[in-house]
Unconditional design. Structure first.
Length: 537
């Protein structure tokens, strides 16, 4: 619905908060009440995108003249400002998403967000993430360098830790030396605006170019495609629906612009018979807790579980179905999520999925759907694997019952790529070892993270973490959205310097090491020493 744009929140353009010149606005929805939240936000026309891109391009050039320490200072300061405004941010996000204040927003997601920013600051400060490599014999040197202005499209389910101007993609792009144009998620624009206000203050305090961080709330679909395909954009990061992400990818690919996508993932869990024999009730509790946590609105939510069709398997399913029926349905993030969940469940039912619990939206204004569990045989699954891998984003799961381990393997081999895959097996004996080897080999090819005896919900902030995977989990299996410093590499280009004079080299490639903590690969050995200095032990 269009309303006078003069009443709308300003956009952050080239270091200043400016009223939008657009003619339409939108409001977010409080999913707990079904009512619009206070505040109007503009839908920006292309002219504002054009101005942001031009400002970001200037900022990129200026950033290359700034020492990496100034970027680290910005990231550390931004984290401190977020902590100082903790209550304001949590209140805004709670109203716009209905996510619990505690522990989810205040005690889990906000500390994770500031922790990511500080890890990114450390990566920027040391520079080891850029993989400086030196061949002294041939005088050839290379490193990763910033790629250019980065667009970040934030998701609806993590307003802090994956936010367009606060989350992991943002932190990685900035730490790599790029300005960011943040596209707020329409589910939480007020929360994103607060983050942008704090970021703009930290940009000014660090003396960085004023367009280092910019914010637009919404653009129409055609302008979004035009934005990611603009030749001045270095790269784009997107987390959201598969349909929208693939349209953006097509536009970016056509223009030869990198785009990193997180799209869709059913995150299969395989439960082997030895595990059921030892701890059936515990596995039921763990699985139900994982599926229903956050009302199922995690990208690592285990939406498909595979086990044998025998007495133990049937008893486990009955236990899980009972727990689904007993648990109160949580609140979904928006009316759109409720609608999409209903559509996905309808696809699963239409393909032959049998409803064991739930299956319908909860009546009333609250955005809610009954906890839903469906069942299908492996033979039926294998006849229509595409339909049965429809992602039902929310508090829903599909059970697949196999006649034997070989049929389990066939189901796994028919799976699309996922962020995670889990195998639960016996802890007290080796009875599941042969079955594990049969199932694990094809599963590990189809996931970015393999887990044993551990449900996948949640992503640890660790340098070793991979939050990625084969399509359609992401658009490229070789990169991660979580795990610093690896996540920075998405927003960089590899540059080689062949016989370039010392004074013209990037600081990280000169004979004298830029910092005593920068690791460089010199003639095949990792070292922090200056060239010609003592070797590291």
């Amino acid at each position: 619905m269009s309303k006078p744009v003069s009443t709308a929140a300003p956009i952050l353009l080239d270091g200043a908060w400016r009223p939008s010149v657009g003619t339409a606005t939108f409001s977010a929805c409080n999913p707990a009440t079904g009512q619009p939240t206070t505040g109007l936000f503009p839908i920006s026309p292309w002219s504002e995108c054009e101005r942001m891109i031009a400002a970001a391009e200037r900022a990129f050039v200026e950033l290359q003249e700034h020492p990496r320490g100034s970027i680290a200072t910005f990231l550390d300061d931004f984290a401190a400002r977020i902590e100082a405004h903790r209550d304001r941010l949590v209140a805004a996000a709670h109203e716009e998403t209905a996510l619990p204040v505690a522990p989810r927003l205040a005690d889990v997601e906000l500390p994770r967000t500031t922790g990511q920013l500080r890890l990114a600051a450390e990566a920027a400060r040391t520079g080891s993430w850029s993989r400086p490599t030196i061949d002294t014999r041939q005088n050839i040197r290379s490193c990763l360098q910033p790629i250019g202005p980065v667009c970040v499209f934030g998701p609806n389910n993590f307003p802090f830790a994956f936010g367009s101007v606060s989350g992991g993609d943002f932190a990685a792009a900035i730490a790599a030396g790029n300005p960011v144009i943040g596209k707020a998620n329409s589910s939480h624009p007020a929360t994103t605006r607060i983050f942008a206000e704090l970021a703009a203050e930290a940009v000014a305090a660090a003396g960085l170019p004023r367009a280092t961080v910019q914010l637009v709330y919404r653009v129409d679909h055609e302008d979004g495609l035009r934005l990611v395909g603009d030749r001045r954009i270095g790269a784009t990061a997107y987390t959201g629906s598969r349909a929208a992400g693939l349209r953006l990818k097509q536009a970016a690919d056509a223009a030869g612009r990198p785009i990193y996508l997180e799209l869709s993932s059913v995150n299969p869990v395989v439960i082997l018979p030895g595990a059921l024999a030892e701890r059936s009730a515990t596995l039921a509790e763990e699985y139900v807790g994982s599926v229903l946590m956050g009302t199922g609105q995690f990208c690592t939510n285990p939406g498909l579980v595979l086990l044998l069709d025998d007495a133990a398997g049937r008893a486990w399913i009955a236990d899980v179905a009972g727990r689904f029926r007993q648990a109160a349905p949580g609140t979904l993030l928006s009316p759109a999520v409720r609608t999409t969940l209903g559509e996905s469940v309808a696809v699963l039912r239409g393909a032959g999925g049998r409803v064991l619990a739930g299956g319908e939206a909860v009546a009333g204004p609250r955005c809610a759907f009954a906890n839903t569990l469906l069942e299908i045989s492996a033979a039926e699954f294998l006849r229509n694997p595409e339909a049965f891998q429809t992602e039902a984003f929310g508090n829903s799961a599909l059970v697949v019952l196999a006649a034997g381990v070989d049929e389990m393997r066939q189901v796994v081999e028919s799976l699309e790529g996922s962020l995670t895959g889990c195998i639960c097996s016996s802890r007290e004996s080796d009875r599941d070892e042969a079955a594990y080897e049969i199932v694990a080999a094809p599963l590990v090819r189809r996931v970015g993270r393999l887990l044993n005896d551990k449900m996948p919900t949640g992503v640890a902030v660790s340098p070793a973490m991979n939050h990625g995977g084969p399509f359609p989990a992401t658009g490229h299996p070789g990169f991660t959205a979580v795990g610093i410093p690896a996540s920075l590499c998405r927003f960089a280009k590899l540059t080689c310097f062949d016989a370039v004079r010392q004074s013209r080299l990037p600081a990280v490639l000169r004979d004298a090491n830029a910092t005593p903590r920068t690791w460089r690969l010199v003639d095949g050995a990792w070292t922090t020493a200056d060239l010609g200095g003592p070797a590291d032990n």
